[in-house]
Design a protein around this ligand. Structure first.
Ligand SMILES: C[S@@+](CC[C@H](N)C(=O)[O-])C[C@H]1O[C@@H](n2cnc3c(N)ncnc32)[C@H](O)[C@@H]1O
Length: 230
């Protein structure tokens, strides 16, 4: 396959990777509103799984591996919610790891339709994670996992509050995202990690691990945050 050069990154990528990068960039473009992101996903859903296939987009495997490392035993008894579930990539990977009770939360109807078809989720919530109260009881889940849900126009910093509310004390919140978004996304720069740190200082949760991982998306690094809820 021929190569092309992305002038903004100075890296050589295969053409197919460059196309996938551009398609994904449309969902996370600077200044995108939530409504615009939802409209984008209603089209993107048709190419999403081929474009973001494993090997190119490794976030879902990275997320499931992190959750599986945290729960080496009794995985079939753990109740997990996959936040920003998209088409269900994370559930596919969690199922391989032996998890059996997985719910989904995903605001895009088109993405959720594909997730539902896979038959891997018990309950599917067509909701957006924001500061708004979700239709989910407090302390429901052993684990809330988010993969690729934090980015421009996606989950706001204020969504952390609901993640904490729906996860049981002693449970874990796993957030896997593109590392550069911590600083490139204006809303997160001053807010996301500082808020995570202040929630820890306030005793709401305790950091288990913070790992930068290679090849999260193509050759771009991701970051995996694991917090235990207090
Ligand atoms: C890049 S996709 C990731 C999907 C899936 N987790 C994966 O790794 O393939 C981002 C998803 O976040 C969803 N999303 C956007 N804003 C959201 C919000 N505020 N709360 C929950 N999900 C959101 C989008 O609809 C989209 O399906």
């Amino acid at each position: 396959m021929s190569n092309c050069r992305d002038p903004t990154r100075g890296l050589e990528w295969k053409v197919a990777d460059a196309i996938a990068y551009q398609q994904n960039a449309g969902a996370f473009r600077s200044g995108i509103t939530t409504d615009e992101a939802m409209a984008y996903y209603s089209q993107y859903c048709h190419q999403y799984e081929e474009s973001l296939r494993p090997g190119r987009y490794n976030g879902p495997r990275i997320a499931a591996d992190a959750v599986a490392r945290y729960y080496p035993r009794d995985r079939e008894q753990k109740k997990i919610i996959d936040i920003a579930a998209g088409t269900g990539f994370v559930a596919e990977n969690l199922t391989v790891q032996g998890f059996r009770h997985i719910d989904a939360l995903e605001p895009s109807t088109s993405m959720l339709v594909r997730a539902k078809e896979k038959g891997l989720y018990e309950t599917l919530y067509e909701n957006m994670l924001t500061e708004e109260h979700l239709p989910i009881a407090a302390d429901t889940y052993d684990c809330a996992v988010v993969c690729g849900g934090f980015g421009e126009g996606h989950i706001p910093c204020s969504g952390l509050k609901e993640l904490l509310r729906i996860t049981k004390p002693g449970g874990v919140i796993c957030n896997v995202m593109r590392e550069e978004y911590l600083v490139n996304v204006e809303e997160y720069r001053e807010c996301l990690e500082p808020l995570m740190n202040s929630l820890e200082k306030a005793g709401k949760w305790t950091l288990v691990s913070r790992d930068v991982v290679p090849n999260y998306f193509i050759d771009l690094p991701g970051i995996v945050f694991m917090y235990k809820v207090n």
